[in-house]
Design a protein around this ligand. Structure first.
Ligand SMILES: Cc1cc2nc3c(=O)[nH]c(=O)nc-3n(C[C@H](O)[C@H](O)[C@H](O)COP(=O)(O)OP(=O)(O)OC[C@H]3O[C@@H](n4cnc5c(N)ncnc54)[C@H](O)[C@@H]3O)c2cc1C
Length: 508
């Protein structure tokens, strides 16, 4: 990478380089959580978070489209160590951002975030038992170099600079405005306007009812349907428990309840797809106008949870359809015209504004290059260990959450595991740990998930393996056993090197 070459040029052996015990990349939900875990377990270790943007929160700060909200409940999207105390279980983006900022301040890790530092390269040296990390200052272009014993990538899973938009024929002719939800313009006035939202994923189903409150009409134009399930925006049990029990206990119980329910729904969908299809259809029918064409607009060809299932709080999308403010059109775009979109079926959709809710561009490890002893790592040749480390890459962990449950359920477990791993290395005086690949374990795609954004780029991601500990189990309760309670010194993990002990026992 060009940045790294520049860095090599400007840093000679005499330039003093700051060293940190742990370095975290990204100040989103995962990075803030990781820093809290590290600080709590090792209060005397030095650490920093390098964040390329000028504010924290990642996804929950970047996305500003109308209605932006979670589609998981906040009792599982929240951290294990910080109760979610608002009444709404499905929360607005602004409330989630506030929760993340509050977590960072409460734990005093906000002071450890270095904004405008985009990590471009990290190179491991076996001889020195440390990483050398180059970050580009996004304000000055300067390259900042640091070294660290342990590197954690909490950089999310998609490109920040550009959302995904397919090539639409004739789009340049369109005289209205085209907007991508990832780059929402502050000045977009859609009051009284005809809006077409292209897409059928979580963003489209959020945007359509939210914009319909002001727009003349919103049409959700989709090539194919998604499973959409209504659920209460507020969790009565959670709010009841909070009134009766101490906050932490109430939160822990609700978290367990919701993790159990979401896992059960996923498992039921996988094992009894026909039954679950029927059940979803029945629930939708009760919320939609008589005779609504559920088969065309809400029944995908695949089975429930073969792709992410969309949740709509209090059935807001179905309500907007019933009120006549939103309509779903299932068709293909033939071409854009100056006034809207002509469909392959021959129909036309007039529009003043088109929102392309067409997804994200996946990006592994924030686009940085990883190298070990002078050799750049080709991620597609690595295998993910327990879904959180890479074969042949020492002292490196990453957070990628679940696709079938809340991200944070996994993020918390990974961070707990990393702290246990660091404690084990301390206790035994090891300087290095790296999972070593077993050639007899077959390779499989990292994400076994048929969503378009996954299929577009999963080839460039690390692989997962056909068996433990290389298998990525999208299952919180199995991970709970492996990551919270399982041995960190297993057959696949190689420990080596010696380090002078700092005599700082981990706080558990
Ligand atoms: C619109 C939307 C809604 C979502 N809703 C849900 C939901 O309801 N439930 C759920 O479980 N998941 C949801 N997700 C997934 C969501 O991304 C995760 O829940 C969670 O926010 C991920 O946190 P993260 O910190 O890992 O990544 P991010 O939020 O993406 O944060 C990554 C951070 O790393 C920084 N970074 C990236 N690369 C570099 C680099 N090279 N150097 C320095 N810094 C870097 C970024 O600037 C960013 O601040 C949603 C995603 C989107 C896009």
């Amino acid at each position: 990478m060009a940045h790294a070459d520049t860095a090599t040029d400007i840093h000679d052996a005499k330039t003093p380089v700051e060293h940190l015990d742990v370095l975290i990349i990204g100040a989103g939900l995962s990075g803030i959580g990781a820093a809290c875990h590290v600080k709590k377990s090792f209060p005397h270790r030095t650490f920093a978070i390098l964040e390329s943007r000028e504010s924290m929160g990642g996804t929950w700060d970047l996305f500003r489209y109308p209605g932006i909200r979670s589609d998981s409940d906040m009792y599982t999207l929240g951290y294990r160590f910080k109760p979610w105390e608002k009444d709404q279980s499905i929360a607005d983006g602004a409330d989630i951002l506030e929760y993340l900022e509050e977590t960072a301040t409460d734990h005093g890790i906000d002071r450890n975030i270095r904004f405008r530092h985009r990590v471009v390269r990290a190179e491991w040296s076996t001889a020195d038992s440390q990483w050398r990390v180059d970050a580009e200052r996004t304000d000055t272009g300067e390259i900042v170099r640091l070294t660290t014993d342990f590197l954690m990538s909490c950089s999310g899973y998609y490109r920040y600079d550009e959302g995904y938009t397919p090539e639409f024929p004739g789009i340049d002719q369109f005289e209205g405005r085209v907007v991508h939800p990832q780059h929402w313009p502050d000045d977009l006035d859609y009051a009284g306007k005809r809006v077409v939202v292209i897409g059928s994923g979580a963003t489209a189903v959020t945007l359509a009812p939210a914009m319909s409150a002001e727009a003349a009409h919103v049409t959700m134009l989709q090539r194919s349907p998604t499973y959409i399930l209504a659920l209460p925006g507020a969790d009565k049990v959670a709010n009841g428990l909070r009134r009766l029990l101490p906050s932490r206990l109430a939160y822990a119980l609700t978290r367990l309840k919701n993790a159990t329910v979401s896992t059960a729904i996923y498992q039921l969908c996988q094992r009894y797809p026909k039954f679950m299809k029927g059940r979803i259809r029945q629930l939708q029918k009760g919320l939609l106008p008589e005779g609504y064409d559920i088969d065309t607009h809400l029944t995908p060809r695949y089975n429930p949870w073969d792709q992410r299932l969309c949740l709509v709080p209090d059935g807001d999308l179905f309500q907007s359809i019933s009120d006549g403010n939103v309509s779903i059109v299932t068709d293909h775009i033939d071409t854009f015209t100056d006034t809207g979109i002509t469909l392959k079926s021959g129909g036309d959709l007039d529009a003043d504004i088109v929102v392309t809710a067409t997804g994200l561009n996946l990006l592994a490890f924030g686009g940085m290059t990883l190298a070990v002893d002078g050799r750049d790592i080709d991620l597609s040749e690595t295998m993910a260990y327990k879904g959180m480390m890479l074969s042949g890459v020492p002292n490196f962990a990453f957070v990628v959450g679940y696709t079938n449950a809340s991200w944070t359920l996994k993020a918390d477990l990974v961070c707990e595991y990393v702290c246990r791993l660091l404690a084990h290395m301390d206790e035994n005086g090891y300087a290095q740990c790296a999972p070593e690949r077993n050639p007899s374990v077959a390779e499989e795609p990292f994400l076994d998930f048929a969503a378009g954004y996954v299929l577009r780029s999963v080839e460039s991601f690390p692989k997962q393996g056909s068996e433990a500990p290389w298998r990525l189990r999208m299952n919180y309760f199995r991970d709970l056993v492996t990551l919270r309670h399982g041995k960190v010194a297993d057959d696949a993990m190689m420990f080596s090197g010696t380090r002078s002990l700092t005599a700082e026992p981990a706080r558990r």
